[in-house]
Design a binder for this molecule. Structure first.
Ligand code: ADP
Length: 373
């Protein structure tokens, strides 16, 4: 097992002379045995960063350490990492037993019996021991993914690197496998870096999550912290489902004046001191529909979820979402008044996006609003 340290790691691709900075001075430490999730929109540099850790890409600049060893220039085969991809790439002509054991046969001096013992042990751990004689085409997607995992686990590497390993699975299986993978990682206690574009998956799985955008690391922290205390508007917007409601407001003597008839006088105006305009963020679960109030929106659609309703509404030209109790069921075109607590309010610098104020209440957020997507 190893601690992984990225020190200003930079990767520049240069296809046809046009430089693409895919990872831009990324500094990050993954603790020994930690499960870290790299998350961000498509093209933000997650896979590139992972591939640099794996040794599948040359690092343009910066340093990569495993514990205290500088492995920046090591080849992939010298790094003791095992990767699991979205694309399982099992050998179709080999049985499950051969697929799992193949890497050991190539890379170690273990005897056939020793390899087989380890393969059977891993298969038992993954609940696929009955499939050892089968070829991949006889297996379901979930079973194939387990074999791919088995192939990584059997090598007993210092580091697991996983690139969207669950994205080919259907929703139910994905959510089951998420839990299994987490349990497995806890049991094996192997340092793991896991890449996904799915923030729900990141929130559900990571000890800590690292949010990337346009090649740059935005924030690293435990899921709750990133959710409650995003460092900037991008992170606030990316993490959370349904997404946070965001709009611009002008600031007049501590009063926020937004779209439609939105006005709110801050009890604590300090965060907006010196700002003419700010970006306001309110999470859907922090909006309440009230009988009487000064802020109004027009309902467009209400989606019943069973345990709650998602109420979509327009605040002038801003689309807002409120998560409200199932008994609250306004109809389309209805004008509703809404409220929120100042402790739940987020405020961002309109020019830089930096957070000026994040949550100050001590409520526990509901991190997994999507039951299973
Ligand atoms: P993500 O995994 O977050 O979707 P990637 O790391 O795959 O993002 O890509 C980051 C950026 O680097 C993108 O702009 C992508 O087009 C570019 N890129 C990735 N691989 C290559 C490559 N082999 N050659 C040139 N550009 C690449």
């Amino acid at each position: 097992m190893a601690r992984i340290t990225l020190d200003e790691l930079t990767k520049v691709y240069d296809p046809g002379g046009e430089a693409v900075v895919a990872a831009d001075t990324v500094s990050l430490e993954v603790a020994d045995g930690e499960f870290l999730v790299l998350v961000g929109p498509s093209g933000c540099g997650k896979s590139t960063t992972l591939r640099c850790i794996a040794g599948l890409e040359d690092i343009t600049d910066g340093t990569l350490l495993f514990d205290d060893h500088d492995v920046t220039d090591y080849r992939a085969s010298e790094r003791d990492v095992a990767m699991v991809f979205q694309n399982y790439a099992l050998y179709p002509h080999m049985t499950v037993r051969q697929n799992i054991g193949f890497g050991l046969k190539l890379s170690t001096k273990m005897t056939a019996d020793e390899i087989d013992d380890r393969v059977v042990g891993v298969a038992e751990m993954l609940g696929i021991e009955e499939l050892l004689g089968d070829k991949p085409k006889a297996l379901s997607g979930g079973q194939q993914q387990r074999v791919a995992l088995g192939r990584a686990i059997v090598r007993e590497p210092e580091v697991f690197l996983m690139d969207e390993p669950l994205s080919n699975l259907d929703a139910k299986l994905r959510s089951d496998m998420r839990t299994e993978l987490q349990e497995l990682q806890q049991d094996l206690d192997v340092t793991t870096v896991y890449v996904t574009h799915d923030q729900t998956e990141a929130m559900a799985m990571g000890d800590r999550i690292a949010v990337m955008n346009a090649g740059e690391l935005q924030q690293v922290g435990p899921p709750e912290e990133v959710y409650r205390h995003p460092s900037n508007e991008f992170v606030a917007d990316f993490i959370g489902s349904p997404s946070i409601n965001l709009f611009s407001a002008s600031v007049n003597d501590g009063t926020l004046i937004g779209p439609g008839d939105f006005t709110y006088t801050l009890e604590d105006p300090l965060p907006v001191d010196g700002h003419d305009t700010v970006r306001v963020g309110i999470r859907p679960e922090d909006i309440t529909l009230i009988e009487d109030g000064t802020n109004h929106a027009t309902v467009t659609v209400v989606e019943p979820m069973g345990n709650e309703n998602f109420c979509y509404m327009d605040l002038e030209d801003i689309e807002m979402t409120a998560r409200v109790e199932p008994t609250k069921r306004p109809v389309a075109d209805q004008r509703v008044a809404f409220g929120f607590e100042e402790e739940a309010l987020y405020l961002f610098d309109a020019a830089t996006g930096d957070a000026l104020k994040t949550k100050t209440d001590d409520s526990t957020p509901d991190l997994h609003p999507e039951v299973s997507n």
